[in-house]
Design a protein around this ligand. Structure first.
Ligand SMILES: NC(=O)c1ccc[n+]([C@@H]2O[C@H](COP(=O)([O-])OP(=O)(O)OC[C@H]3O[C@@H](n4cnc5c(N)ncnc54)[C@H](OP(=O)(O)O)[C@@H]3O)[C@@H](O)[C@H]2O)c1
Length: 200
């Protein structure tokens, strides 16, 4: 079975976006934390410039991904990634399929029958690779349903003071995590926690 990995950049005080949805504060490490150029891929290609440890971490993580699950707000904010996300087919949770979608030549799919279905479809698409989960609401649903294997949190060196919290509506707290692996970047610390399933 492929791993399901939540991947988010988060401020030290727990926000993944500011009050107006702005992500540039938590994404600053992608843009100028060093001089290693990293091509993001997808049909909306971008070049990141990061420190060597972050670039190596990012490459190792993303080369193991075969599909993505996210929520409609992340899809809208990213303007549908130009139709093809860099990490593979994207399964977007939504109550209704947005107008004008799905599009020909696009690997963005809409899932209207819940998180379990999204995980099932993404795992089938990912083959032997892992499934990434993006978006706070979507990640909370995965945690609550016991569907997450790892939490990859890139803790950005910023305090946002408000905005979209990553862990706001957990129904099954406390959730005990395993020991993290730690990669120190510049302006960011990459933490990867196994989500333990042997909790009492
Ligand atoms: N820091 C980072 O690494 C990072 C990464 C990605 C995104 N972000 C930011 O995070 C914010 C978005 O996160 P979010 O938590 O607000 O939203 P989200 O998880 O992206 O999307 C939530 C929306 O998805 C739909 N949805 C979720 N679960 C569903 C279900 N089970 N059934 C049907 N529809 C479902 C609903 O949309 P409808 O009701 O409209 O159908 C819901 O309002 C944005 O500001 C984005 O820029 C940050």
């Amino acid at each position: 079975m492929t791993d399901v990995i939540a991947i988010m950049s988060m401020s030290l005080d727990g926000y993944v976006a500011g009050p107006d949805g702005d992500v540039m504060g938590v994404f600053a490490w992608y843009f100028g934390s060093g001089d290693v150029a990293v091509e993001a891929g997808g049909s909306d290609p971008m070049t990141f410039t990061m420190s060597e440890p972050s670039a190596q971490h990012f490459h190792e993580l993303t080369s193991g991904l075969g599909a993505l699950i996210t929520g409609r707000r992340t899809f809208e904010t990213a303007q549908g990634w130009g139709g093809n996300h860099a990490w593979g087919p994207a399964f977007v949770l939504a109550h209704e399929v947005p107008e004008g979608w799905p599009r020909p030549e696009s690997t963005v799919h809409f899932v209207t029958d819940g998180i379990e279905s999204a995980v099932r479809q993404a795992q089938a698409a990912a083959g032997r690779k892992s499934v990434a989960v993006h978006g706070a609401d979507t990640i909370q649903q995965c945690l609550d349903a016991g569907l997450l294997d790892y939490l990859q949190v890139d803790v950005a060196a910023i305090l946002l003071g408000g905005g979209v919290r990553l862990f706001d509506h957990l129904t099954d707290a406390p959730a005990i995590l395993g020991n993290p692996t730690v990669v120190e970047g510049v302006g960011v610390t990459h933490l990867r926690y196994p989500v333990r399933t042997d909790q009492p």
